[in-house]
Design a protein around this ligand. Structure first.
Ligand code: SAM
Ligand code: SF4
Length: 431
């Protein structure tokens, strides 16, 4: 594993200036506010740089499809393009002058919104940060105000640090989304799949319900999901599958999710087999205990030792998840449904990155570019105070996305699994 913040600090000697084209003026003209976050800049005086990606427009050939690697040299505050990189990308057209540069490689109009419907829950899992947040539901009128910001929205994940089906207006919100042609997805603890909820999930065409199952052993399940009853969850899944299939509904598709720990790290094949036997169809993914600082502060003292095993658990999950063939892979499900959910499989070729097609909105209207960031970062990024376009154009928001896209994570991302190199395929993502 490559430790956090050790990415790509290879010294590049700027004295080789003749082999570089200085793009600084073009960069400043296009987006002067986009540059690597301070915490990623090499120590002053080291004369080294950091590589980021941007597209180039050549005077004669137009925009090049593949983004170029551009070297930012903080000491000189310059953006440099190696002639060899230009020749690699443009071949013979490399002789043409560069007319423009654009480092905004991420999506322009969000098609995927992850909205927190509630922080309330009927469970009290020991690792859940939601139990330490203000307990509230989004008001349905605020839900509508949020949707009004997203005319191009295709998919809405009604998921946060609470149980979506606990929201009394859940099905009203689902129907409002459906009226706008928006597909709704949820993640649930699966404990409230009553006859009535099952029927409404089908009638409202909830496209997907991921159900969290930390263990196939009832006692182990109840230990992490504090008193959660596994049997009740299995019965609920069976009820949903039976009702859906008997009444000819295509949705919801039922997925498997969960959190594994050191003592359960070998249980994934068993959980997958049990889930399939009870009617689950899709493998969404498992994660180890979240080691981000913003989460660890709520973990009870008796569980803190678990943090030392996060990498080991992650490696085991990756190994077993890669080998699993019982359930449909979530990436295939998303591809079939046209859901632009996750581009983790497409590294930016520099380092692990976040280039999600989404926005995460808290029920307070505060938004962040990632569902792992639950604390509002800027008062200007609030959907009840500002237009979405204003927020997306905010220089600080754009610069955060520029850094996430390039895999230059801010300090508060420390510990997130995305800042870690893939165990199975460290390949070209980090160098
Ligand atoms: C926050 S829950 C919300 C949805 C629903 N209540 C549920 O439990 O599935 C979504 C997922 O996050 C996982 N999760 C919650 N807190 C976590 C943590 N601290 N570390 C790792 N996974 C966590 C849960 O296991 C669950 O699969
Ligand atoms: S079921 Fe989900 S929201 Fe509820 S306490 Fe557990 S992790 Fe948190």
């Amino acid at each position: 594993m490559v430790p956090f913040q050790s990415f790509d600090m290879t010294p590049h000697p700027p004295q080789l200036a003749a082999e570089y084209i200085d793009l600084t003026a073009l960069w400043e003209r296009a987006h002067a506010h986009l540059r690597p976050l301070r915490e990623h800049l090499p120590v002053a005086g080291l004369q080294s740089g950091i590589t980021v990606l941007a597209r180039l427009r050549l005077e004669r050939a137009g925009w090049l499809e593949e983004p170029a690697e551009i070297l930012y040299v903080p000491d000189a505050n310059r953006f440099l393009l190696a002639l060899s990189e230009l020749r690699r990308l443009a071949g013979a057209s490399a002789e043409a002058a560069i007319a423009a540069v654009d480092a905004r490689l991420w999506f322009a109009q969000p098609t995927f919104l992850n909205l927190e419907p509630t922080t309330r829950c009927n469970y009290k899992c020991w690792y859940c940060i939601g139990r330490h947040m203000v307990q509230a539901d989004i008001r349905v009128e605020d839900f509508i105000r949020v949707l009004d910001h997203f005319p191009a929205l295709k998919t809405l994940a009604l998921v946060g640090e609470g149980e979506p089906l606990m929201h009394k207006g859940f099905f009203e919100m689902a129907a409002l989304a459906k009226e706008r042609g928006i597909r709704v997805m949820i993640i649930s603890n699966g404990s409230t799949l009553s006859e009535s909820n099952v029927r409404k999930l089908c009638e409202n065409e909830i496209a997907y319900i991921g159900i969290s199952i930390d263990s196939a052993d009832p006692a182990t399940f109840a230990a992490s999901r504090i008193d959660g009853k596994l049997e009740q969850v299995w019965r609920g899944i069976e009820r949903l599958r039976r009702y859906r299939d008997a009444n000819g509904y295509r949705y919801p598709k039922i997925g498997l999710k969960g959190t594994l720990f050191r003592h359960t790290r070998n249980q994934l094949p068993e959980i997958i087999a049990a889930a399939k036997a009870h009617g689950v169809e899709i493998f969404e993914g498992f994660q180890p205990l979240n080691p981000m600082r913003s989460y660890t502060r709520i973990y009870p003292a008796e569980h803190l030792a678990e943090l030392a095993h996060v990498d080991e658990v992650a490696a085991r999950i990756e190994q077993d998840a890669t080998a699993q063939t019982e359930l449909v892979r979530v990436a295939d499900f998303c591809a079939d449904e046209g859901i632009e959910l996750d581009k983790n499989g497409r590294p930016n070729r520099l380092r692990p990155n976040c280039d999600e097609q989404w926005i995460y909105a808290l029920l307070t209207g505060d938004i962040t570019p990632c569902c792992q960031v639950k604390t509002p970062i800027s008062p200007r990024w609030n959907l009840f105070q500002y237009d979405l376009d204003q927020i997306l154009a905010d220089p600080e928001y754009e610069n955060l996305r520029f850094n996430l896209w390039n895999g230059l994570f801010p300090r508060y991302c420390e510990g997130c699994w995305k800042t870690r190199v893939s165990v199975a395929d460290p390949g070209p993502v980090c160098r």
